[in-house]
Design a protein around this ligand. Structure first.
Ligand code: THU
Length: 156
């Protein structure tokens, strides 16, 4: 039996087309990105999660000379949220990035490990959350759930 997945998302030419609230989330993610520690890849990533109590949780990628010891911005933010606000749910996660690692027009897309963590954080809170991905040229895509980004995630 042949089966398939389809992925739904909304696309915008630039994040300035988003609602005012979403634009301010992007601005917060840009601020988070400015605090990245990325001396090895020179690719800075910022992630901000807005929680149901209005709290903004900011994360940025934190690298280490022992490369695999570093952590992506998304997981820094999600694990901080889980550790400090275990009873609050995430409403939206917004991610931005900057650097020469990928061309400006490449759609920013979280790595597989972060997607796995995103899926489980949705499961943990029993509710999906929006994911706003802002590329370096400003182009933006919005997903309504992490599951759209990782169908058949491990163990969930
Ligand atoms: N990075 C993130 O922070 N998030 C992702 O989803 C992909 C990659 C970081 C890890 C590393 O510090 C740098 O970007 C280059 O891979």
């Amino acid at each position: 039996m042949k089966k398939s997945f389809s992925v739904e998302y909304n696309q915008f030419n630039h994040w300035n087309e988003l609602t005012k609230d979403d634009q301010s989330l992007v601005e917060s993610a840009i601020d988070a990105m400015s605090k990245a520690y990325a001396p090895y890849s020179k690719f800075s990533v910022g992630a901000v999660a807005i929680l149901s109590n209005g709290e903004l949780i900011k994360g940025s990628n934190q690298e280490n000379i022992a490369y695999p010891s570093g952590l992506c911005a998304e997981r820094v933010a999600l694990f901080y949220a889980g550790a400090n606000f275990p009873n609050e749910s995430i409403d939206t996660l917004c991610i931005v990035a900057k650097g020469d690692l990928v061309p400006e027009e490449t759609i920013l897309s979280p790595c597989g490990s972060c997607r796995q963590v995103m899926v489980e954080s949705e499961k943990r809170q029993n509710k999906s959350y929006r994911i706003i991905l802002v590329s370096q040229n400003g182009a933006t895509v919005i997903f309504n759930s992490a599951v759209e980004l990782l169908p058949l995630a491990f163990g969930v």
